[in-house]
Design a protein around this ligand. Structure first.
Ligand code: FES
Length: 153
């Protein structure tokens, strides 16, 4: 289903439909592509500035493409004390991107997050519903190798 098909499900010129429309579009592409937001703007008669305002206010929405694996690196206090900075640096060096970015092959995105509630196994990263704890640089490199390998299978 494409953006036009999403829009066809909603009444025209109705500002109250913006959030469900954005959710549906993100459901298709994994983020909100700019050309599609322009279609939404025309359809709902809302200015782009307002649409961007909503899309950036709610952190459920993404304005950039994300990778198949979204690696969330905990930067909470317990993880910080146990070396989360090294974990983040290792990921950034290995993947050649910075936090908030996605690899060119669209396999990995790195995000930093506040405490994810697994302090007892700090430092922690989460990928989807999986938590990986008590990490060090070596384990992070191994994990990336495993994920790349799993992706090829
Ligand atoms: S500080 Fe990282 S899980 Fe709590």
């Amino acid at each position: 289903m494409e953006t036009e098909a999403v829009l066809a499900h909603y009444p025209e010129n109705d500002a109250s439909t913006l959030i469900p429309i954005l959710q549906d579009i993100q459901g298709i592409y994994g983020y909100l592509p700019e050309p599609d937001l322009q279609k939404v703007s025309r359809y709902t008669s809302m200015p782009m500035s307002r649409i961007y305002g909503v899309a950036t206010f709610y952190n459920q929405f993404r304005l950039n493409p994300v990778g198949r694996y979204i690696i969330r690196v905990c930067r909470g206090t317990a993880c910080h004390v146990k070396g989360s900075f090294d974990i983040l640096t290792t990921l950034e060096n290995e993947l050649d991107i910075k936090a908030g970015e996605t690899t060119k092959d669209r396999l990995f995105t790195i995000e930093t997050v506040a405490c994810i509630g697994a302090c007892s196994i700090a430092p922690v990263i989460a990928i989807g519903d999986e938590f990986y704890g008590k990490l060090d640089a070596k384990k992070v490199k191994q994990l990336l190798r495993n994920l790349r390998k799993a992706d090829k299978e």
